[in-house]
Design a protein around this ligand. Structure first.
Ligand SMILES: *[C@@H]1O[C@H](CO)[C@@H](O)[C@H](O)[C@H]1NC(C)=O
Ligand SMILES: *[C@@H]1O[C@H](CO)[C@@H](O)[C@H](O)[C@H]1NC(C)=O
Ligand SMILES: *[C@@H]1O[C@H](CO)[C@@H](O)[C@H](O)[C@H]1NC(C)=O
Ligand SMILES: *[C@@H]1O[C@H](CO)[C@@H](O)[C@H](O)[C@H]1NC(C)=O
Ligand SMILES: *[C@@H]1O[C@H](CO)[C@@H](O)[C@H](O)[C@H]1NC(C)=O
Ligand SMILES: *[C@@H]1O[C@H](CO)[C@@H](O)[C@H](O)[C@H]1NC(C)=O
Ligand SMILES: *[C@@H]1O[C@H](CO)[C@@H](O)[C@H](O)[C@H]1NC(C)=O
Ligand SMILES: *[C@@H]1O[C@H](CO)[C@@H](O)[C@H](O)[C@H]1NC(C)=O
Length: 335
C-alpha cells in the first residue's frame, strides 16, 4: 500500500478516491500518515555503501511533501543531514557528498560508510495539505569490519601429559571489529568446567589439567554483526587461470572449487550465464564442468556464497574459455 501511495501524492483525486475506499475498511486511519522502515537496526560494513529504506503512505490530498534526515549519537545533539520538499533536496553542505536521497522517495544512501557514521538516523516526513501530517522513524546503524578467517594456536604444540599438563588454545584473527568468540568441541559448544576456562574475551580456552575426555576436534567460531562471507575465490586443479579467466582444453572435465575466507562455513551455489539468461546449475562448494557439453566456447559463471546465520552473501564471477584441440595439427586420418 505504501508503495502505491508513494507515487500518488501529486494527484489529489487519487488521494481522495483512496481515502473513500479506506473509510470503509479502517475509518480512523483514513488520512493518517504512516512511515515504515523494514528494520530498526541495520548493520553496515565500513567503506561500503549503506542503503536505509523508508516507505510511507498517506490518504489525503497533499501539496508539499517534506522529508528530513537527522543523525544522532549518544550524548550529542542531533545533526541535520539533508531534507527535501517535493523533489528538491537541501543537503547540509558539510555532508553533501556522503548522503543521497531521491525524493519523494525518502530512502537514504550513505556512501562510503565510516565508523563515525554509527548512530541513530531519524527520518521525519511532513505532509502539507488540509493541515499538516507528521510522522517519523528511527534506524540504528552499526558499522563494522568483517571478521577474517581464524587460526587456532595450541600451546604447548607438542601436547600435554594426562592429569599433569595443561593446554591453551588461542584463536587468532587478523581483522574484524566487535568480535565474539565461541569454542566448539566436535561441533558442540564448550562450557566452562572444573578443568576448562576461557580468557576474558573468550579468545583462549585453557584446559588444566588435560584428561582423556578432552580429546576431540576443537574449532573457534568468530562472529560480528557483518560476519562474511568475504574473499570468495574459485580455483581448479586443471586448466590455466589468468585473472578471472580459466582456459581449458575441449573434452576435459574440470572440477572447480569455491572457497570463502570466512567462518562459519557458508552454503554455495553456482550460476551459469548464457546469452541473457542466468540459472542456478548447482548447490555446494564444488562444480564439475564437462567441457564437451559446453555449447559455447566462452561461458560466464558466478559462484555465490551465503552465510545463512548472518544473512550475508558474496559472489565472484569467472569465465571459462574452451580451447579447441583442432588448433593443434592432427596426425592421422580425419574421420
Ligand atoms: C510541491 O508540489 C505541489 C504540487 O505540485 C505544489 O503545489 C507545491 O507548490 C510544491 N511545493 C514547493 C515548495 O515547491
Ligand atoms: C527508493 O529508491 C530506491 C533506490 O533507488 C529503490 O530501490 C526503491 O524501490 C525506491 N522506493 C520506492 C518506494 O520507490
Ligand atoms: C479538511 O479537514 C477538515 C477538518 O479535519 C475537514 O472537515 C474537511 O473535510 C477537510 N477537507 C478536505 C478537502 O479533505
Ligand atoms: C597447569 O595449571 C595448573 C593450574 O592453573 C598449575 O598449578 C600447574 O602448574 C600447571 N601445570 C603445568 C605443567 O604448567
Ligand atoms: C564467553 O563465553 C561465555 C560462554 O560461552 C558467554 O557466556 C560469555 O558471554 C562470553 N563472553 C564474552 C566477552 O564474549
Ligand atoms: C576429528 O576430525 C577428523 C577429521 O575430520 C576425524 O577423522 C576424527 O574422527 C575426528 N575426531 C573426533 C574425536 O571427532
Ligand atoms: C538482454 O536483456 C536486456 C534487458 O532485459 C534486453 O534489453 C536485451 O535486448 C537482451 N539482449 C539479448 C541479446 O537478448
Ligand atoms: C544453514 O545451512 C546449513 C548447511 O547448509 C543447514 O543445515 C541449515 O539448516 C541452514 N539453516 C537455516 C536457518 O537455513
Amino acid at each position: 500500500m505504501e508503495q502505491d501511495a508513494f507515487m500518488e501524492p501529486f494527484s489529489s483525486t487519487a488521494g481522495v478516491l483512496r481515502c473513500k475506499i479506506y473509510l470503509l475498511l479502517l475509518a480512523g486511519a483514513c488520512s493518517g500518515l504512516r512511515v515504515a522502515v523494514p528494520s530498526q537496526t541495520v548493520h553496515g560494513i565500513r567503506g561500503q555503501a549503506l542503503y536505509l529504506p523508508v516507505h510511507y503512505g498517506f490518504h489525503t490530498p497533499a501539496s508539499d511533501i517534506q522529508v528530513i534526515w537527522l543523525f544522532e549519537r549518544p550524548h550529542t545533539m542531533p545533526k541535520y543531514l539533508l531534507g527535501s520538499v517535493n523533489k528538491s533536496v537541501v543537503p547540509d553542505l558539510e555532508y553533501q557528498h556522503k548522503f543521497t536521497m531521491m525524493p519523494p522517495n525518502a530512502s537514504l544512501l550513505i556512501n562510503p560508510l565510516q565508523f563515525t557514521d554509527e548512530g541513530n538516523y531519524i527520518v521525519k516526513i511532513n505532509i502539507q495539505g488540509n493541515g499538516t501530517l507528521s510522522a517519523s522513524q528511527k534506524i540504528q546503524v552499526t558499522v563494522d569490519d568483517p571478521v577474517t578467517k581464524p587460526v587456532v594456536r595450541v600451546q604447548p604444540s607438542s601436547g600435554a601429559v594426562e592429569h599433569v599438563g595443561n593446554l591453551t588454545l588461542t584463536c587468532l584473527v587478523e581483522g574484524g571489529s566487535r568480535r565474539a568468540y565461541q569454542w566448539l568441541k566436535n561441533g558442540r559448544p564448550v562450557h566452562t568446567s572444573s578443568t576448562s576456562s576461557f580468557s576474558l574475551q573468550n579468545n583462549s580456552l585453557h584446559i588444566a589439567p588435560v584428561t582423556k575426555e578432552d580429546i576431540g576436534n576443537y574449532s573457534c567460531l568468530v562472529k560480528n554483526p557483518v560476519n562474511g562471507p568475504y574473499g570468495l575465490q574459485v580455483n581448479s586443479d586443471r586448466g590455466l587461470k589468468v585473472g578471472e579467466v580459466f582456459t581449458v582444453d575441449i573434452g576435459e572435465a574440470i572440477l572447480f572449487d569455491c572457497s570463502a575466507d570466512s567462518y562459519p562455513p557458508n552454503t554455495y551455489s553456482w550460476i551459469q550465464k548464457t546469452n541473457n539468461a542466468t540459472y542456478v546449475i548447482k548447490h555446494g562448494p564444488r562444480l564439475e564442468v564437462a567441457s564437451e557439453k559446453i555449447a559455447q566456447k566462452t561461458t560466464d559463471y558466478v559462484c555465490c556464497a551465503y552465510n545463512n546465520i548472518t544473512g550475508r552473501r558474496d559472489e565472484t564471477h569467472f569465465t571459462i574459455i574452451i580451447t579447441s584441440v583442432a588448433l593443434v595439427p592432427r596426425i592421422g586420418p580425419i574421420t
